[in-house]
Design a protein around this ligand. Structure first.
Ligand code: BGC
Length: 479
């Protein structure tokens, strides 16, 4: 879902929407002073002290995850232990499932150049929440259509990177069991199963397509890889879109649960990308000290109550709903809309999308008696929710930067909230700068299409390493 909360343009406390000027009804209630609203929303403003506490708690949860103990932050090994070196080339397929759309891509890597042809297919809600078999049949069907249309059906099996943007417990680059669905998905029979096998089975069922999955990856990993391809200091990949998550390059000696790990060539890599799945931070109660009654309401009404609590305070899927429940509460307290809360009480009626026309949006959802003050106050609440989201994300990124503790680090970032929200990137950057310690220099870089290009890169690196290792083995046996 490309969805975000933005702020109406406000000048001198008045929302400057042309429609408001023309159509604004005369204020029927006496304007309430902003400080009453400010007071009611106090808990949405996080202090640096609270953010630093989050950093400590998140790192603690991460260490638990890395040690293999039960932890909210799962810290999933990705088995990606090398970044692109710029020589990757060839033809690849990429599948990208992570939201309401599913994409199939044909990618040609040629040096720093990438050529992509792709097609986007919708994943209807009935499929997202139906059976796993129907979901994977739908994926296979979309793939078959794409291959047919692009004359790829008879091509030799192209190496395929499968970006599956949900928490997966991997035990190798081409296998991974879904830990739990997120972002509104609930297809039955997939949790606990290997998603690559489910995909292969679906292809076998229809018999007309063959696939060679060489990599299963999370979108954060694709983001890191796509960024690393441009900028070799990239160590962190972050997504803030429908959901949120981060991955980073971790030293193997700091991953106790992989003690003794050797790859299929008997080599212990120095580092590996860890998919943190930070969206679940707080699921063990660690965030209770700052969660609000509104966060509880958003969680309660969601498809997965009690799960992915940090994500629900940050990402695009929940921002609008979070703003809505705050507005409903303020209306019920008589602080907005002349005390009328009916229209704003319908769950999910307040879209998390770009709006510079507060009045129009409120009118569209049926709010009556909207004053200019209401518009300004709604904008204010939205800005609080967005700022809190940016600051919570900043705490996570700053913690990772402090942990990696390298002089120059690039953070690859993608996702609709980061891309399209007018103030989120600036708020994020400014807060990270305040929270890092020492003389770390970092930069945030928009990492274009990690789920597509990144998938091809992971597939390409895997193919290159395999070929290099096979060549080395052949040379050794000739000696
Ligand atoms: C998923 C992650 C994913 C993130 C961003 C979260 O809901 O658990 O695996 O990376 O969304 O798409």
């Amino acid at each position: 879902m490309s969805s975000i909360v933005c702020h109406p343009i406000i000048k001198n406390g008045i929302a400057t929407d042309a429609r408001i000027k023309k159509q604004r009804p005369p204020p029927l209630v006496v304007a309430r002073p902003r400080d009453l609203i400010q007071e009611a929303c106090e808990r949405l403003v996080l202090s640096d002290q609270q953010l630093r506490r989050i950093m400590v708690l998140m790192e603690k949860s991460m260490e638990q995850g890395l040690s293999g103990k039960k932890a909210a932050v799962k810290m999933l090994p990705t088995y990606v232990d090398a970044v692109p070196n710029g020589t990757e080339k060839g033809d690849f397929l990429a599948l990208d499932l992570g939201g309401t759309n599913f994409r199939v891509l044909h990618i040609k890597l040629e040096g720093k150049e990438t050529k992509m042809t792709g097609k986007i297919f919708r994943v209807p809600e009935s499929i997202m929440r139906g059976t796993g078999e129907a979901l994977f049949d739908h994926i296979a069907d979309c793939m078959a259509k794409f291959m047919e249309e692009n004359n790829l059906k008879d091509a030799t099996k192209l190496p395929l990177g499968f970006t599956f943007s949900f928490p997966c417990e991997q035990d190798g680059l081409t296998r991974g069991k879904l830990v739990t669905w997120t972002k509104g998905f609930k297809a039955s029979g997939v949790e606990g199963s290997d998603v690559v096998t489910l995909l292969r089975d679906a292809c076998h069922r229809r018999k007309d397509i063959d696939i060679d999955v060489v990599a299963l990856l999370n979108d954060t990993v694709g983001t890191l890889m796509a960024c690393a391809f441009q900028e070799n200091t990239c160590q962190i990949g972050v997504i803030v879109g429908t959901g949120t998550n981060a991955c980073y390059m971790e030293r193997l000696d700091r991953i106790p649960k992989l003690a003794g790990y050797v790859d299929e060539h008997n080599v212990t890599p120095e580092e590996m990308i860890i998919n943190t799945e930070w969206g679940a931070f707080g699921d063990d109660g660690a965030l209770s000290f700052l969660r609000t009654k509104w966060d509880d309401a958003v969680d309660r009404e969601s498809i997965n109550p009690g799960q992915h609590l940090y994500e629900k305070m940050i990402s695009g899927m929940y921002m609008g709903e979070c703003a809505r429940v705050v507005l409903e509460d303020l209306a019920k307290q008589g602080l907005l809309f002349g005390g009328h809360s009916d229209a704003i009480s319908t769950p999910h009626c307040f879209p998390t999308k770009t709006f510079q026309k507060t009045y129009q949006i409120l009118e569209d959802i049926g709010v009556e008696m909207i004053t200019a003050n209401d518009c300004a106050n709604v904008a204010y609440v939205c800005s609080l929710i967005s700022t809190r989201a940016a600051h919570l994300t900043a705490a996570g990124i700053a913690m990772l930067l402090n942990r990696i503790n390298k002089k120059h680090v690039t953070v690859g970032v993608d996702g609709s909230v980061y891309r399209f929200h007018p103030t989120y990137p600036t708020l994020l950057d400014a807060k990270i700068a305040e929270l890092i310690v020492g003389d770390i220099e970092y930069k945030l870089m928009l990492s274009e299409d990690g789920s597509g290009r990144g998938a091809a890169l992971v597939a390409a690196v895997a193919t290159r390493l395999k070929e290099e290792k096979l060549a080395a083995a052949a040379t050794a046996s000739e000696r």
